[in-house]
Design a protein around this ligand. Structure first.
Ligand code: ADP
Length: 238
């Protein structure tokens, strides 16, 4: 890892984009939150726990989490075709896997918690921003949780590891090109989700996890503050 690597936006290799979080952005929902990293903005709204429909999907042993990730039509410069696509279905499933381990859903047999995530604006790292927003929204909805989950994408640009990739960085083609490694974890460093398609050495993967842990720690502080602020405001906007 070299410290001299120049990122297109001048950030240090371990520097996040500007991060912003707000809780209670969708008044009709049982819980909601916005998470922004640079130009990537995610909104999450939680409905439930409520009786699972269709009924044949009910599980008397536990409650269930359902996640629905969507990139809205104007989130990128070329309008996105409305409706479900394979990518959105994959990210919805991954979001569920990233969040389920911290939820105490066994308290809600036969019930479901629905999480809707809309990406308002996309500049890479949308699955991570969605998970960050959803984690806050679940806490805001009062769903019992062991911990929050924070998520960040660590990238390998040629041989350099950097955190929180932009779209421009994801498209990096020099040397070995770009590998994007989204990681989600609890503040005590338990990984709930990691994806990797590309080549990486074992030692580098350890460095990736170390960088993700530090970055997720910073995101966790932002999430925690947003949740505290929402309580201080009595759950209402200023
Ligand atoms: P992530 O957003 O989690 O990094 P991907 O790696 O699948 O997920 O996508 C990377 C980025 O590519 C997105 O954040 C977005 O900026 C862009 N992108 C994804 N899908 C589309 C699309 N249909 N049209 C234009 N840009 C897209």
């Amino acid at each position: 890892m070299t410290n001299e690597f120049k990122r297109p936006d001048g950030r240090k290799i371990d520097e996040l984009r500007e991060v912003e979080a707000k809780v209670g952005v969708v008044p009709n929902a049982d819980g909601s939150a916005m998470f922004r990293s640079g130009k990537t903005i995610a909104i999450a709204a939680v409905y439930g726990p409520k009786k699972m429909h269709p009924q044949h999907q009910q599980n008397p042993a536990t409650g269930q989490l359902r996640c629905d990730y969507t990139m809205i039509s104007f989130s990128v410069s070329e309008r996105i075709r409305p409706g479900k696509n394979r990518r959105a279905m994959e990210i919805s499933e991954i979001t569920k896997w990233a969040l389920e381990p911290v939820l105490l859903l066994e308290k809600y047999p036969n019930q479901v918690v629905d999480v809707f995530i809309d990406i308002i604006q996309a500049d890479a790292g949308t699955r991570c921003a969605g998970i960050n927003a959803a984690s806050m929204a679940l806490a805001h909805a009062g769903i019992p949780m062991r911990n929050l989950v924070a998520s960040v994408s660590v990238g390998k640009l040629d041989k350099n590891l950097v955190v929180d990739l932009t779209k421009e960085e994801e498209d990096f083609e020099e040397g070995e090109g770009a590998t994007d490694i989204p990681v989600s974890m609890t503040p005590d460093g338990k990984v709930t989700h990691m994806q990797l398609d590309g080549k990486i050495r074992t030692k580098e993967l350890q460095d990736v996890l170390d960088m993700a842990k530090t970055a997720c720690g910073k995101i966790y502080e932002v999430q925690k503050k947003a949740l505290k602020d929402s309580i201080n405001m009595g759950g209402k906007d200023e």
